[in-house]
Design a binder for this molecule. Structure first.
Ligand SMILES: [Zn+2]
Ligand SMILES: [Zn+2]
Length: 287
């Protein structure tokens, strides 16, 4: 009954030798989901020994290349592995014509169905997935249509009396008032922190957040832990970003590609998630 987040990409627009653009894998009870799919995601999936064909659903935040350029190669790879199960892709409506265009060239022998859903119309999961997790999409404040995603574990109160675990993904976004409500009380909040505090003007110009703004969101939302990423290529030392966040929200980690965070289950009557020690959450990290 795992709840495991793997960072596959933590850079912003430019890929680096050790940092890909945005992508994450979330595994809940062994069901595998992909959140954003920047360039380089396939190689990182290989390095993390995750399965291409076991990915059941993909959640795309928005149609900027650093969040979606890896998707189309991944679809071809799934086909080469003879995937037959439908792949559910959730994202903003402007992703639909791009998928349609891709399929018009490469879809004839794909071998599996792509089921796309515009999250502006709500988010319906297949029943086999909905048994384990609920997912909600909420609008972010970016230059174009952009959505965050919240994943809440489904726990049967009779059989498994542990506290449901939760995760929220917020990238890319400028700060705005309603965001903390959408992510209230999550065990782990991933929030972009593209820029350090001193570059707040840049953050405002490009509809991104600084470290301090990400940390303020985590604090207001009562999150258990904050992960920050989507770092600008101008940032040379992510420790500086982490330190800036920790001044406001001490439970912050500036992530690296390949970091794995496991949220352990805790029986509801024993402990609250905010008491989970750092070491328990951070299963395997290269930071
Ligand atoms: Zn981005
Ligand atoms: Zn963007």
């Amino acid at each position: 009954m795992n709840f495991t987040l793997t960072i596959l990409g933590s850079a912003s627009a430019l890929p680096f030798s050790d940092r890909n653009p945005s992508a994450q894998a979330l595994s809940v009870h062994g069901r595998l989901f992909l959140i954003d799919c920047g360039e380089g995601t396939q190689q990182r999936i290989r390095q993390e020994h995750l399965s291409f064909v076991k990915i059941e659903a993909v959640f795309i935040s928005h149609i900027h290349g650093d969040h979606v350029f890896g998707l189309f190669g991944l679809l071809s790879t799934m086909s080469l592995y003879r995937r037959v199960a439908p792949l559910y892709i959730y994202g903003p409506g402007n992703l639909a014509p791009i998928i349609k265009f891709y399929l018009s060239y490469f879809g004839q022998d794909l071998g599996f169905e792509i089921v796309f859903q515009d999250v502006a119309d709500g988010l319906q999961l297949p029943a086999s997935v909905a048994k384990h997790v609920t997912v909600s999409a909420f609008p972010l404040n970016h230059k174009i249509d952009c959505y965050g995603y919240r994943f809440d574990e489904v726990v049967s109160p009779r059989r498994n009396p542990w506290k449901p675990r939760s995760y929220a993904y917020c990238s890319d976004t400028a700060p705005f008032g309603g965001l903390c409500d959408a992510v209230r009380g999550v065990d782990i909040l991933y929030h972009e922190a593209t820029y350090p505090v001193e570059m707040e003007n840049k953050a405002e110009q490009y509809h991104h957040s600084t470290t301090r703004q990400a940390a303020a969101c985590a604090l207001d939302a009562g999150a258990g832990k904050l992960l920050v990423g989507h770092f600008s290529s101008r940032v040379k030392d992510i420790r500086q970003l982490e330190a800036e966040c920790r001044e406001i929200f001490p439970e912050t980690v500036a992530v690296n590609d390949g970091d794995v965070f496991e949220i352990p289950y805790i029986r509801e009557y024993e402990k609250m998630s905010s008491d989970i020690p750092d070491d328990a959450l951070r299963a395997d990290s290269s930071v």
